[in-house]
Design a protein around this ligand. Structure first.
Ligand SMILES: Nc1ncnc2c1ncn2[C@@H]1O[C@H](COP(=O)(O)OP(=O)(O)OP(=O)(O)O)[C@@H](O)[C@H]1O
Ligand SMILES: [Mg+2]
Length: 366
């Protein structure tokens, strides 16, 4: 059982002129798989290292199961970490690499053997136990690194981009394996990645980190469907959400957003939150744009917008259209069941119920 609490945790590196992590407050529930995602340099590894005790905390506190561990030695924290480079000992074979932590703790030989064999069976690496790290593929090394972490049966698992050295297919496979393993072990896990696809598929909850601050914390679905600000809106989702500069206007009883040279009426609830004359940012995801004559039933769509397809990129299942409507550029992602090609002139509509509106500071309004 392990609940992890960060309480106003700050990190400033001695050489730094600003805080790398700024007053981070976050609770990770017992057994939860929390994913920390964000661009390079936003402070993800720093947060893991503070929790593991590899670097100290500048201010604030960290608790595991109610116990303040902020100043505790790493070996007393009951945490295992899997790193991006696996950090296997090159001179030890797989068995001894996995056993190493237990040996260091003076565990009895029989117990070490049982645990190493159990973990190896779980990870499907029994045939590799006598091999040296240099004889392993990337995916095999990755499993050994995970094995080394799980034999210790820690309270908390930390993963720092453990899959980024693998090719795309192996990543997808290992990501599913780690998720399955987590369901079996039911341990609290914090997993760092800058791959949004990994974050979306693996997380119970995810934290989108931006410049050492939480941009948003929620389930993958919450973050995808109601991003709290324009940073989160464009970081999660591929191709990213289209954002347009807009101004709230009123025409008679109806209000809407003026974008470029057209006015987009908004659903009543959204329109109510806008202040006429103010500037906003309108957001629509590429997958919420449809061809005007192929709108699925039940979609509350906007008036058709004429545009030119500057580029059509086929993704197999989908086709991503780079469109331009009188200087307004956006991307639309359509199902690949009709022919649209570069240079075509098409009419598209936006699914208004799926639209997003942000204020001038980039915070969500509707
Ligand atoms: N030991 C250090 N001394 C000074 N600054 C550091 C140190 N380690 C990291 N930083 C800085 O802190 C910031 C956050 O680094 P961190 O490694 O936590 O980022 P990250 O989110 O893990 O990035 P990546 O996705 O590239 O691994 C960066 O700007 C980095 O340059
Ligand atoms: Mg990192």
């Amino acid at each position: 059982m392990a609940k992890v609490i960060f309480e106003k945790v700050v990190k400033r590196y001695p050489s730094g002129d600003r805080d790398t992590v700024r007053e981070l407050s976050l609770t990770i529930d017992d057994g939860e798989f929390l994913v920390l995602v964000g661009p390079s340099g936003c402070g993800k590894s720093t947060i893991l290292r503070m929790l593991a005790g590899l670097i100290n905390v500048t201010a604030g506190k960290i608790f595991i199961d109610g116990k303040d561990i902020t100043r505790l030695h790493p070996k007393d924290r009951d945490i295992s970490m899997v790193f991006q480079n696996y950090a296997l000992f090159p001179h030890l074979n797989v068995y001894d690499n996995i056993a190493f932590g237990l040996k260091m703790r003076g565990a009895p030989k029989k117990e070490i053997d049982d645990r190493v064999r159990e973990a190896s069976a779980l990870l499907g690496i029994v045939p590799l136990l006598h091999k040296k790290p240099k004889e392993l593929s990337g995916g095999q090394s990755q499993r050994v690194a995970v094995g080394r972490a799980i034999v210790r049966r820690p309270k908390v698992f930390l993963f720092d981009e453990p899959l980024s050295n693998l090719d795309a297919k192996m990543r997808t496979q290992m990501r599913a394996e780690i998720s399955r393993l987590h369901r079996r072990l039911k341990a609290t896990a914090i997993y760092v990645t800058h791959d949004q696809c990994e974050a979306m598929t693996m997380a119970d909850r995810m934290v989108v980190l931006h410049d050492g601050v939480i941009g948003q914390c929620g389930t993958p679905h919450e973050i995808y469907s109601t991003p709290r600000n324009t940073f989160v809106a464009t970081f999660i989702g591929s191709p990213p959400m289209n954002l347009f500069a807009a101004q709230a206007v009123r025409e008679g009883a109806a209000s809407g957003l003026k974008i470029n040279n057209f006015v987009l009426p908004l659903p009543h609830l959204a329109a109510e939150r806008l202040e006429t004359g103010r500037k906003y940012t309108f957001g629509i995801r590429p997958e919420h744009i449809y061809l005007a004559d192929r709108v699925p039933p039940g979609v509350n769509s906007s008036m058709p917008l004429a545009c030119e397809v500057e580029l059509a990129e086929s993704m197999g299942n989908d086709v991503v259209l780079h469109c331009n409507s009188g200087g307004l550029a956006f991307q639309a992602s359509l199902k690949h069941d009709f022919p649209v090609k570069s240079g075509d002139k098409i009419n598209v509509v936006f699914a208004l119920d799926k639209s997003h509106v942000f204020d001038e500071k980039g915070e969500r309004v509707a």
